[in-house]
Structures are given as structure tokens and as C-alpha cells.
Design a protein around this ligand. Structure first.
Ligand SMILES: CC(C)=CCC/C(C)=C/CC/C(C)=C/COP(=O)(O)OP(=O)(O)O
Length: 293
């Protein structure tokens, strides 16, 4: 093999390593769920194809900026506790690359958001600014839940304003997504609670402790589901009632396990299952996102 071929192979391997690091640092799970939820909302309210694509790309860019900036800002703390799940600690991406990627995604988010309309764009940028305020300041305070409530609550408002100018968002949708955001925050913190405590990240879940957080996460997520089930004008069908019953069982199981096995990871998994059902029900309710009459 020639020297040039060897160097070419090394370069490809290094690029694919960096791409894997960037994918992992973007928080791919939440990024995908929020982006798909926005796309489903857009289609649900009757957006045409260009509107739906623009809204989806704006939300994707916002999520990437939030995910990458989170790992960039947390890099020192994550290194201090040797968090092996973080690509910046594993050495797959550098802090400088994460910073550049986050700022580039933020710039794309500004352009794409404003392309949906000035007012709608401003609402989405407020949601993204709120998420950055979590990364920069609020995650170490008792108000760590607030940016989640604000960002998630603004998501249906943004989609409705972008796709159906002049229409208002149904209040149940704002309440349900805000509760989903709070529940997702508390649940997402459960696996990292000890890391957070050791690095001084004293958000609400760390302050109230693991047993209380294991109860609070499924409870708030179940409340979000109740709002999705009872909020829309149309009475819920059998599929929706089934989803609601499943979330109640999962949430009760999470609460009980969290109480009797305080170190178990099961409350986290069960809470995420409740969140997943809630997201499915939200997608099903998307056509009712606008205030009728
Ligand atoms: C609509 C919209 C803009 C929604 C976004 C709302 C929001 C506040 C997102 C934060 C997402 C994020 C990077 C969490 C990581 O938290 P962490 O640092 O506590 O967890 P980690 O240590 O596992 O990275």
C-alpha cells in the first residue's frame, strides 16, 4: 500500500471518529424526539411541505446548538468525574470543535427560525435561548426545571404560528408540553445524580434527592399525559384511553420501585417509558393543537 493510501485511510478514520463524537455530544435521543415532535405538530396542524420542512430544520438546528453547547460548557465538570459517556472526555471531539459546532448550529437556527416568519421565529428563538440559559446558568440552581417548562411550552406555539399564521395554540398543548419538559428533566437527571452532586450541579433533582426525584419524574409525566388525554375538545378514543392506562401503571411502578429500591435504575427507565407514551399521545393529538372557534 502506498503512503498516500495509508494517510487517506487514517484521515477517513479520524473523520468518522469525529462525526461519531459530534453525534453523541448532540444528545441524539432528545434531539431526535423534539425534532420529530415538531415535525408531527407541523403536519398535524396542516402545514404544507415547505413549512413543515422549514419548521423541522429550525428545530433540529436549535436542538443541535443546545446539545453541543451543553457538552462544551460542561466539559471541565465532566472531565473532573471522568464521565466516559461524554465524547469530549473520551477525546473523540475537542472543546473547541464543540464550541464551533454549537455556534454554527445556533446561527443556522436563527436564519431558519426567522424564515418561518418574524413572530414565529422570535418564539422559537426564545425557546432556544431558554434552553441555553439552562446550560449556562440555571442547571446548577433550584430553577433547573424552569427552562425545560418554558422551552417545551413554547414549542407548540412556535409550530402553530409558523404553519397557521393568526391561529392560537390550545392552552392544553402548552401545559402538556411544559409538564413533559419538566418530567423529562427530572427523569434525565436520575442516572447522573451522583456525578451532578460531586461536581456541584445542584439543580432541583439533586436538591430533593433520588427517592423524591424518582417519584416526581413519573408523577409529572403522568400529569402531562392526563392533560393530553383530557385537553382536546374531542373525547378520547380507545387507543388514547389505553395509552393513559399504560402511563398510570408505568408511573405507579416507577414510584413504588423508587421508594423501595432507592439505587435502582428502573424508575429512570419506567419514567422514560411514560414520556414515550406521552409523546405518542401528543403526536396523535397534533391535529387539535389549535384553539377551535
Ligand atoms: C424546544 C426546546 C428548545 C427544548 C430544549 C429544552 C432544554 C432545556 C434542553 C436541554 C437539553 C440538554 C442538552 C440536556 C442535558 O442536560 P444535562 O447537562 O443535565 O445532562 P447530561 O449531563 O446528561 O448532558
Amino acid at each position: 500500500m502506498t503512503c498516500r493510501a495509508v494517510r487517506g485511510g487514517e484521515r477517513v478514520r479520524s473523520w468518522s471518529r469525529t462525526a461519531r463524537g459530534l453525534r453523541s455530544a448532540s444528545h441524539p435521543g432528545p434531539t431526535a424526539v423534539v425534532t420529530l415532535l415538531a415535525a408531527a405538530f407541523a403536519l398535524g396542524v396542516g402545514a404544507n411541505a415547505p413549512q413543515a420542512v422549514l419548521v423541522t430544520l429550525a428545530v433540529l438546528a436549535g436542538q443541535l446548538s443546545v446539545g453541543w453547547s451543553n457538552d462544551w460548557i460542561d466539559a471541565e465538570r465532566d472531565a473532573a468525574v471522568a464521565r466516559g459517556d461524554k465524547p469530549v472526555v473520551a477525546g473523540t471531539v475537542s472543546v473547541a470543535l464543540l464550541r464551533r459546532a454549537a455556534l454554527l448550529a445556533l446561527a443556522a437556527c436563527v436564519v431558519l427560525s426567522l424564515a418561518t416568519g418574524w413572530a414565529a421565529g422570535a418564539v422559537h428563538l426564545a425557546a432556544v435561548a431558554s434552553a441555553w440559559s439552562y446550560n449556562l446558568v440555571l442547571k446548577v440552581t433550584p430553577l433547573s426545571w424552569l427552562p425545560y417548562a418554558v422551552s417545551f411550552g413554547l414549542l407548540p406555539i412556535f409550530v402553530v404560528m409558523a404553519c397557521v399564521p393568526g391561529a392560537s395554540t390550545a392552552p392544553w398543548a402548552v401545559l402538556a408540553t411544559a409538564l413533559l419538559g419538566i418530567g423529562a428533566h427530572v427523569a434525565n437527571t436520575l442516572p447522573d445524580l451522583e456525578y451532578d452532586r460531586r461536581t456541584g450541579v445542584r439543580g432541583l433533582p439533586v436538591r430533593i434527592g433520588r427517592p423524591a426525584s424518582s417519584l416526581l419524574a413519573p408523577l409529572v409525566l403522568m400529569l402531562a399525559t392526563v392533560v393530553v388525554v383530557l385537553g382536546p375538545d374531542h373525547p378520547p378514543g380507545p387507543a388514547v384511553w389505553t395509552g393513559a392506562a399504560v402511563t398510570c401503571v408505568l408511573a405507579a411502578a416507577a414510584g413504588v420501585v423508587g421508594r423501595i429500591r432507592t439505587r435502582s435504575r428502573l424508575p429512570f427507565a419506567l419514567s422514560m417509558a411514560v414520556a414515550a407514551v406521552c409523546v405518542v399521545l401528543l403526536v396523535m393529538a397534533a391535529p387539535e393543537l389549535m384553539l377551535s372557534g
